[in-house]
Design a protein around this ligand. Structure first.
Ligand code: FAD
Length: 446
């Protein structure tokens, strides 16, 4: 008997969407389409770091060898420096903290990173110039998609991987707010400004002066130059040929407000140097070497109460757009994709088109393996990703001495390290087991 394939539409071909598309496109019972607004897959910004946990997911997905080829240096399980912290908002700075862990900080050039996923994508999956503007639920459970170019498509499951400004999230929250009479959900649609601006730049390593005969700290370990209300993250990428820096400046009183204007734009070198004037030379000499920095307005989401409703799923920044202070947004998107791919593998072909919900004694029950799979994804990922979102915000405050630890270095240092405890609180394999346990539990309860 012919069993129709489950049609999964992935809206957005960034890190999250592509990391989902690669394992899903290997599953024979699925038809996978990636709808990307841009004319090609592309990443803006330059550096990206991941941690051991994401590396383990790449091993499990069979992608580690290809990612190793484009990493700054070949990842290995030895304990390595995550970050070397200095107090830098003064002419004579000083070292005050190290965070280290197995694998240390694994760094990439973003474009090279995305390319690995693109190379593993089968032909015919990607559709470019397809900016989703809306979706609608149809009788029988089908979801109709409408794109800005006037074209349409259909799917059984829509996965919103369309980033922090997600159209899918907006539609989902609007429809749930109306259906369930929960107007408070509307407040979760728009990302909030954190009060922080980030300047970004790239410096060829050959242009970075040595210091007292030794190579610049940034070429040895990832650096975190900290000051009151400001900090600079700097690390090498592209096999040590380039140093990527991101310089953050915060106005804490503006946290949780609306910024309004464009989020990413060019800015002058003078603006950056003015912002960090009086800082130690080790940090300033990185900023001085970039003529055309960019300025990013750092937004995040308030934690969402759900990531799934009626076969529409949120993943990555669309679900939990977070500040970059734990270097974790992409890692969390990748873990979402990993878990969602695993549970969809278990959704039995043929059963997923059954009705969305049944009612017994006034209670609603999911009735298909597909709905059980999506519920298992949400229950596994939401508590973790929302926790990392909140932790990332706290970490940013720690680096800028605005946390309850203020400048108490002896307690602040361990607290900063503790923020990364989510990396080892469980394993990716353990999270798969957990998701499958939830999935089985739902199926058996029906
Ligand atoms: C300064 C900075 C530094 C960071 N550093 C790190 C780091 O070191 N490590 C880390 O893990 N994370 C980091 N992050 C976070 C990380 O970049 C994001 O979490 C990650 O890129 C999210 O991936 P995504 O696929 O969910 O979303 P995105 O990367 O935003 O991708 C969304 C995709 O959807 C497309 N799209 C958007 N709207 C539509 C639509 N309507 N229809 C169709 N397509 C659409 C976009 O064109 C894009 O391709 C950083 C973030 C910032 C701002």
């Amino acid at each position: 008997m012919y069993t129709p394939k489950l049609r999964v539409a992935i809206c957005g071909g960034g890190i999250g969407g592509l990391c989902l598309a690669v394992p899903l496109s290997k599953q024979a019972h699925l038809q996978v389409d990636v709808y990307e607004a841009a004319g090609r897959f592309t990443e803006i910004g330059a550096g990206l770091m991941i941690w051991s946990r994401t590396w383990r997911i790449f091993e499990l997905l069979g992608l580690a060898a290809d990612f190793a080829k484009v990493a700054d240096s070949e990842p290995n399980p030895d304990v390595g420096i995550g970050f070397n912290y200095r107090r830098s908002d003064r002419p004579q700075g000083f070292h005050w903290n190290f965070v280290s862990m197995p694998y240390g900080c694994i760094r990439f050039h973003r474009a090279h990173f995305l390319d690995v996923f693109v190379e593993h994508l089968p032909p015919g999956v990607a559709h470019f110039g397809k900016r989703l503007v809306s979706y609608e639920r149809r009788a029988g459970g089908e979801i109709g998609l409408t794109f800005a170019d006037g074209t349409h498509a259909e799917c059984d499951v829509l996965v919103g991987c369309d980033g922090i400004k997600s159209v899918v999230r907006a539609e989902l929250l609007r429809s749930k707010a109306a259906e369930d009479a929960r107007p408070e959900l509307l407040k979760l649609i728009e990302p909030k400004w954190t009060g922080t601006i980030a300047y970004r730049g790239l410096v060829p390593s050959t242009e970075i002066p040595s210091r007292n005969g030794a190579k610049h700290d940034t070429l040895a370990t990832p650096m975190m130059y900290c000051g009151q209300n400001k900090h600079i993250v700097a690390y090498s990428i592209a096999q040590g040929h380039i140093v990527n820096w991101v310089a953050f400046a915060s106005e804490p009183e503006k946290d949780d407000t609306d910024y309004g204007a464009e989020w990413v734009k060019p800015c002058s070198k003078e603006e950056v140097l003015q912002t960090f004037s009086g800082w130690e030379s080790e940090a300033v000499e990185l900023l001085e070497r970039v003529d055309n920095p960019t300025k990013w307005v750092i937004h995040h989401l308030h934690p969402l109460p759900f990531y799934v409703a009626d076969r529409v799923v949120l993943l990555g920044d669309a679900a939990h757009g977070m500040t970059p202070h734990l270097g974790a947004g992409a890692g969390q998107a990748i873990e979402d994709a990993f878990i969602l791919a695993k549970v969809l593998e278990a959704a039995a072909p043929g059963e997923y088109r059954s009705s969305l919900k049944s009612e017994k004694n006034g209670l609603h029950y999911v009735t298909s393996t597909l709905d059980a799979a999506l519920a298992a994804y949400e229950q596994t990922r939401l508590p973790v990703a929302n926790h990392v979102l909140t932790s990332a915000d706290e970490s940013g405050k720690m680096y800028e001495f605005n946390s309850p630890f203020a400048e108490k270095y002896e307690t602040l240092g361990p607290a900063i390290k503790g923020q990364w405890s989510f990396l080892t609180a469980s394993t990716p394999e353990g999270e798969v087991d957990k998701a499958m346990g939830i999935f089985q539990g739902i199926i058996q309860a029906i």
